[in-house]
Design a protein around this ligand. Structure first.
Ligand SMILES: NC(=O)c1ccc[n+]([C@@H]2O[C@H](COP(=O)([O-])OP(=O)(O)OC[C@H]3O[C@@H](n4cnc5c(N)ncnc54)[C@H](OP(=O)(O)O)[C@@H]3O)[C@@H](O)[C@H]2O)c1
Length: 325
């Protein structure tokens, strides 16, 4: 089958580590089911994989990339995958806290292929209102955004949130979910294109990255990392929450410690979400009629162009790869 995979990671030149070619079809396995992929989407996680950066080292090679997909069961039922690829949820209420929690393309082969084998529990029905392309864009970023707003920051309608960055898959999901939930959504972006995108998605105010805000917000959502970290701490109310979601611009920010304890800021990390949060998110998206922003769609054969676009930062929203019907 056709797949996009990594065989020899390259830290300095991730694109050179990408192979689009043939891999063996997945073989049946107890408790797992083979899904025919209709569409799969690209995440920054796939760039880390090309660089050999993984939570569960060493990355088993060759590894098919991709955490997210929508597709069909053998009987034709439309499905969407929960990105968690561990065969059971463990005994914890929150399976993401299990040290063995992993997503597709870490220990189990990923979704960027004609077929993916997935734990049965990770295969969810795809509501009729969610087309295959949208379904592929929902997994990792929308699940993370949903948990960040509702489970981590615990925002209520009417409260004010700031999203760092506009164009990324995570930023667009945060804006769309926040607006749909009745929050006042502010976005900080480096470019006027970023401001226009956020406004199209319903953001109430947009700001230049790093600028002092007219008032502080209830929660800040930061997936940008080093470049925005201090602005995030400065922008949150006393007792408010900074949710840490990623580190696109670097992992080593410095923190002025009194700026955390004096205003009693909560700094909360988050990663993906549980299967139950995924179910709730998919229902919310279907019920509210939300459509993820898809900036680029291309057949999997041309995956390299999609990876290049993410590295250049030239796409607004998600990049989705398709397979023929
Ligand atoms: N915690 C989790 O479970 C989880 C899940 C998904 C993703 N992530 C992480 O979240 C991060 C975002 O991923 P993504 O897929 O949304 O896309 P991405 O391509 O990594 O992020 C691009 C975003 O970063 C902003 N940005 C880039 N450079 C910037 C700078 N110098 N200053 C200010 N903003 C800057 C861009 O905003 P503008 O262009 O508008 O300025 C854009 O919104 C990644 O680090 C990813 O690994 C974490």
């Amino acid at each position: 089958m056709l797949a996009a995979y990594v065989e020899k990671p390259n830290k300095d030149n991730p694109l050179s580590a990408l192979v689009v070619g043939q891999r063996p079809d997945p073989q049946p396995r107890d408790g797992w089911e083979i899904v025919r992929v209709e569409a799969c989407s690209l995440n920054r996680h796939d760039i880390w994989s090309l660089q050999g950066v993984t939570q569960h080292p060493p990355l088993p090679l060759p590894m098919i990339l991709g955490c997210d997909a929508s597709g069909r069961r053998a009987d034709g039922t439309p499905v969407i995958l929960y990105p968690g690829a561990k065969g059971d949820g463990g005994s914890r209420e929150d399976e993401t806290l299990d040290p063995c929690f992993n997503v597709f393309s870490e220990l189990a082969q990923g979704t960027m292929a004609d077929y993916v084998i997935a734990p049965v529990r990770s295969i969810l029905p795809r509501p009729e209102r969610i087309p295959a392309l949208d379904g592929a864009a929902l997994g990792t970023t929308w699940l993370t955004a949903y948990r960040a707003i509702f489970s981590k920051a615990r925002l209520r309608p009417g409260q004010c949130m700031l999203v760092q960055g506009s164009s990324g898959g995570l930023s667009t999901a945060l804006v769309q979910l926040g607006v749909a939930a009745g929050l006042e959504v502010w976005v900080a972006s480096r470019s006027s294109d970023g401001h226009s995108l956020a406004e199209r998605l319903g953001a109430h105010r947009t700001w230049a990255s790093g600028i002092a805000l007219p008032h502080k917000v209830d929660a800040v959502f930061d997936s940008v990392g080093e470049s925005t970290w201090n602005h995030s701490l400065e922008s949150v109310k006393r007792g408010g929450t900074v949710v840490v979601l990623g580190r696109t611009t670097g992992a080593n920010a410095t923190t002025n410690i009194p700026s955390v304890f004096r205003p009693q800021i909560k700094i909360v990390g988050t990663q993906l979400g549980t299967l139950n949060e995924m179910r709730d998110m998919v229902n919310f998206v279907a019920m509210a009629g939300l459509r993820p922003v898809i900036g680029k769609t291309m057949p999997l054969e041309h995956a390299e162009a999609g990876f290049r676009a993410m590295l250049e930062g030239s796409v607004q929203g998600k990049i989705v790869f398709t397979r023929p019907d």
